[in-house]
Structures are given as structure tokens and as C-alpha cells.
Design a protein around this ligand. Structure first.
Ligand code: PEP
Ligand code: MN
Length: 372
């Protein structure tokens, strides 16, 4: 059960202490307090964990400082979508809104290889009106002998160039909690010219200690990729780990599932789950067409499979697209074969705009026809 407190009530106020003394009398109930930072105000939510079935909503609602009460009937207590749950399904970061009704494109390098590639990429993004990108510094690789990413050494120039080209948010995978400090330090040293969205890759979806570390900080939002060989429920529970530690600025990423049944694509595309994740949770949903398809194959009409599946995700209501580009794919150190070319960026963005327009038309059509 969640008690959502009135906007001005927080653990420092007298009313909160009154509430706390009421709650202390409840048997077998543990309390967890969450502060939800919005643009204008910080909301406090108190989670009651344990034997809550005997508690009545009306009794809880009448306690001092309580605005309203949500009975959590499902799993994913914090990120889930519950009955009569009208809590917001968005967050703001660096002036960019991420929600279940917005769409943000994160085109960029799978792996940072050189300052030159980063600069060319970011310049192309700026010239095409983009404020988000992806930049891999820490790469989880199948072989220990493959390029592992430039790590913290590339962070200063990546962040500086982001400032120069007005990039506000960089999605960056981390594979160890120490990377969090390295990113924080590099941002401080460069004067915080940009923001970072921490990415947890599919190989770490159930790395619970990493999830806990990332969940304990609330500075950076998190993109959690679905685990490629586990159930959707298991991956959604992994997202809940982040939220249960305090960070609920979480985006859930679909990136295809590992199976030969998806051949010749690298993974079987799972974008039919966009609406499933939006129904079960309040998380914005990201699609990664690059790691799903894994190649530059195209249909007989000439459209790249990556663009086809992007459109499929967007027309189903996806909220974020993570997509690999590279100025010179043959020279890319990671995933060159699936990178789109900088010259393809305008076509890609236009294709996304067309698919988003079609999604909006589908929404209007549905609203017109839904029984009132
Ligand atoms: C990536 O986005 O670079 C990546 C490694 O993705 P995934 O974790 O989905 O394989
Ligand atoms: Mn990759």
C-alpha cells in the first residue's frame, strides 16, 4: 500500500511525525519512504510493506498529511501501474521530458572510438535538431580480447563536445559501480556541460548489486535493457530493484531476444511488447532497433530492416529510440555492420516522424471509437 502525502508534507514536518506515530502502531508493517522530485515540488510517498490487506483505504486516507492511498495489487510496486493509480508516468531530466507519451531519439556511437567520430556524430545531431545521443565508453564484450571501450579516458572529450554541440543527455552503459563515480568526476571536471542516462545492458539486467548501486543514486536516470534470455516479468522486476532503492527515473529498453528463431536478425524483435510494458508499468519504453536487427540488410523496396523495425516500435507507441550510427562504419571498433551512416540521419528522423504521426492518428481513431 502506498500513502501519497500532501505536497507540503515531508519527513521534516510536524504532520509527518504525527503520521509516523500512527503508522508505528501497525503490526507487521515496514515503512519505506520515497521522495519524488518533480520540477515544481517534491512529493513524499510512504510505502507500507507487509500485512497490509487488513488495512482499510479509508482509515489510511484519514491519517494526518495523507493526500491519497493506492493499494498495490500487482507486482512492480513502485513502477507498476495499479488500480486508481494516477501517479505521473514521466520525469524530466536536463530539460528533456521522458514519459509514456513522449518520444526521444538517442542516435549515436555504439562505442566511442575517437574524438573525431564523437565530434562528427554530435555535429550531425546538432545540425538535425537532436539533443540526445548514445556514447559507449564501457563495452561488455563476448571475447576478452575484443576492444573493451576507452572507459574513463574518453569521458572528458565526450562531455566537452556534448556541451559544444548542445547535447543534453548521453545514454552511456556502465558495467560496474565504479563507473558511476568516474562519470560523476568527469562531469564535475568538465563543468557539467551535459547529462548522462546510465544504461544497464542486457548482460547485466539481473546483476542485482549493480542495480542496487545505480538505484541508490537519484542524480542520473537509468535505461534498463531487457534481459535477452529471461522472461519479461524477470526483467520488470529488475527495473523494480532500481526503484526500490530510490531511483524511479527508469526507462525500460526492448532490444530483441536471443534465439536462432530470429535469424537472420541478430535477435528476435520484441517490439510487440511496447504496449505490454506500458500497460503493466508507468515506465517510458525504449526500443533498440540496432541490437535487435544487427545488420544493414534491407527489404526489396530499399528500406533498411533497422528502419522498418524502428517504425514498428514507434507506431506502437515507443517513447525512446536507441540507435547506432557511425561516420565510418567499416572503421568502427564495435558493431560497425549495424551502424547507420550520418548521411542517413535525416531520412531516419523523417521516417520516425512519419511513424509517430501514424501512431498519433491511431490514438485519435481509438479515442473517437472508444465507448465513453
Ligand atoms: C549497447 O546498447 O551497446 C548494448 C551492448 O546493448 P545490449 O546490452 O542490448 O546488448
Ligand atoms: Mn553494440
Amino acid at each position: 500500500m502506498i500513502l501519497i502525502l500532501k505536497p507540503h508534507i515531508n519527513p521534516e514536518t510536524a504532520e509527518y511525525r504525527q503520521l509516523e506515530s500512527h503508522l508505528a502502531r501497525l503490526q507487521n508493517i515496514e515503512l519505506r519512504v520515497h521522495q519524488v522530485q518533480g520540477v515544481e515540488q517534491t512529493l513524499t510517498e510512504v510505502y507500507l510493506i507487509g500485512h497490509t490487506s487488513a488495512l482499510s483505504i479509508e482509515d489510511m486516507q484519514s491519517l494526518p498529511g495523507v493526500d491519497h492511498v493506492v493499494r498495490v495489487s500487482e507486482e512492480y510496486r513502485i513502477l507498476g501501474r495499479h488500480k486508481d493509480d494516477n501517479r505521473s508516468a514521466y520525469f524530466d531530466y536536463q530539460g528533456v521530458r521522458f514519459g509514456q507519451d513522449t518520444l526521444n531519439v538517442f542516435a549515436g556511437l555504439c562505442a566511442v572510438d575517437s574524438r573525431k567520430s564523437v565530434e562528427e556524430m554530435m555535429k550531425a545531431l546538432r545540425d538535425n535538431g537532436q539533443v540526445c545521443t548514445r556514447m559507449g565508453a564501457y563495452k561488455p564484450r563476448t571475447s576478452p580480447y575484443s576492444f573493451q571501450g576507452h572507459g574513463k579516458n574518453c569521458l572528458p572529450y565526450v562531455f566537452e563536445l556534448a556541451g559544444k554541440y548542445e547535447i543534453k543527455v548521453i545514454a552511456m552503459e556502465i558495467t560496474h559501480e565504479s563507473h558511476l563515480e568516474e562519470i560523476q568526476e568527469a562531469l564535475d571536471k568538465t563543468g557539467n556541460p551535459t547529462g548522462v542516462m546510465l544504461q544497464i545492458g542486457t548482460r547485466n539486467t539481473q546483476n542485482f548489486e549493480l542495480l542496487k548501486s545505480v538505484g541508490r543514486q537519484q542524480e542520473f536516470p537509468v535505461l534498463l535493457k531487457r534481459g535477452f534470455g529471461i522472461t519479461l516479468d524477470e526483467s520488470l522486476n529488475a527495473a523494480e530493484y532500481l526503484a526500490s532503492e530510490g531511483n524511479r527515473k527508469v526507462i525500460f529498453g526492448l532490444r530483441g531476444m536471443k534465439t536462432n528463431i530470429g535469424d537472420p536478425h541478430r535477435n528476435i524483435v520484441d517490439f510487440a511488447h511496447v504496449s505490454v510494458v506500458k500497460r503493466l508499468t508507468r515506465m517510458p519504453v525504449c526500443i533498440d532497433p540496432s541490437h535487435s536487427v544487427g545488420s544493414r540488410s534491407r527489404g526489396p523496396e530499399g528500406i533498411l530492416d533497422i528502419m522498418h523495425v524502428t517504425a514498428q516500435g514507434v507506431i506502437a507507441g515507443a517513447n525512446m529510440i536507441l540507435v547506432d550510427f557511425h561516420p565510418e562504419p567499416p572503421k568502427a571498433l564495435v558493431d560497425g555492420p549495424q551502424a547507420l551512416l550520418l548521411g542517413e540521419l535525416p531520412q531516419f528522423l523523417e521516417d520516425v516522424r512519419i511513424a509517430r504521426g501514424a501512431y498519433n492518428q491511431r490514438l485519435s481513431n481509438s479515442n473517437r471509437n472508444s465507448p465513453s
